[in-house]
Design a protein around this ligand. Sequence first.
Ligand code: CTP
Length: 404
Amino acid sequence: MSILSGKKILLGVTAGIAAYKTASLVRLFIKSGAEVKVVMTPAAKDFVTPLTLSTLSKNPVVSSFFDEEDENALWNNHVELGLWADVMLIAPATANTLSKMASGNSDNLLLATYLSAKCPVYFAPAMDLDMYNHPSTHETFEKLQEFGNIMIPAESGELASGLVGQGRMAEPENIIDFLEKDILEKLPLKGQTVLITAGPTYEAIDPVRFIGNHSSGKMGIELALTAANLGAQVYLVLGPSSLTVSHGLIDVIPVVSAEDMYQAVIERYENCDIAIASAAVADYRPKHVSDQKIKKADTEFSIELERTKDILKWMGAEKKNQFLVGFALETENEKENAIGKLKKKNLDLIVLNSLNDKGAGFKGQTNKVTLINHKLEIKAFELKTKSEVAKDIFDTINQLKKDE
Ligand code: CTP
C-alpha cells in the first residue's frame, strides 16, 4: 500500500506545457489511494482543461477566487484549501509562479493558497534550459527551499523549445516516487520497531471450551495502524479476534492463550523501541486441561485455576531502552489503581479506561481514556473513536520520548 493512501493532496497547476502531464499525475495519485483537489492559475487552463482534471480527481477544480459569470458564485476559500491539504504539490511550477512564491506575491488563488498552506509544499519546476539555469531562478529555488519547501528537480531531455538539457518537469511516476520516499523518510517513527499485544486470550478447559473475554482487539489494531502510518515496523501479537488488519508495515502474530502471547512477546521484546500491552490477557487458566470433552454430571463442578504469566510485568522487569505502555481497565479508585500498576509494572505511560464512562472499554468503536505518564502527569481525553484515541496515545508517546 502506498504511503499516499488516504492523504489529501492539493495539486497546484501553473501555465507550462508540462501541465498536460498533470492528467497522468492526478490518475496516479488516485490510484495510490490519495484524495486530490486541483487549483490552477488562470493561464494554466490554456494547457489542460479543468474538466479533464476535475473528472480525474473527482473534485471541482478551482482557479479564481469566485466565478465572475455566476452571480450566485461562492467565494473559493484559499485558507480552507490550504488547511485541507496534507501535502501541496505545485507541478508544473513555472519560473514566474516560483518567483512570486519566493516574494510572497498572491495575485491569484494558487498563490494565496500556497501562502495559507500549513502542510509540506513540494514544487516540480518546468521551464526552458536557459530559464532553469538563470541565476535568478537558482536564487528562487534556494529561497523557496530555505522557506522549507521541497524541490523535485527537473529532468534532462528534449524541451518544448527543441533545446536539450535540464528543465523538463519530472515525469509523473518519478514525482510520485519522490513524494513517497520523502514522506516515508520524514515519518516520526521511521526506523523504529513497535510491539503491540491486543485482543483477548482463550484459556482451554477441554478441546471445545475455554475461558475468554469480550475484548475485540480493535484498540490494539488501531494502535498498530497508527504506528505503521507513522513509519514504524509493527509486530501485532493478536489474540483470537474476528477483525483483520492488512498493512505493509504490520506483521500480525496470531496467538490463542496467555502463554502463546507471552512466548511471542519474549521473542520480539529485546529489539523493540516501543511496546504497548493493550491485550485483555486472562489472569488465570485451568490448572488441568482435559484431553477429552468434559461430560456433564448431576453434581456441582468446579475448575481449579492457576495464574498466567503477567506479560506486561515481565516487560517492565526486562526493560532496557524500550518505552513501555500498559492499559488499565478500572471500575473504582481508577487513578490510584492505574498509578499503582504504572509503578508496579515499571511503565512509562498507562492508558486508563474507566468502565464508569459511557462508550469506553472493550467492545465498542469508541473509547474515553486518561493518560498518566511516569512523572504522574495526568491528561484526560474526551470520548473519541478508537482510531483517534490511538493517535492521541502516539502523540503523547512521541512527545515524552522527545522530552527524555
Ligand atoms: N497484562 C499482561 N499480562 C497479563 C495480564 C495483564 O500483559 N497476564 C497487561 C494488560 O495487557 C494491560 C495491563 O497488564 O496492559 C493490565 O494490568 P492488570 O494489572 O493485569 O489489570 P487487571 O487484569 O485489570 O488487573 P487487576 O485485577 O489487578 O485490576
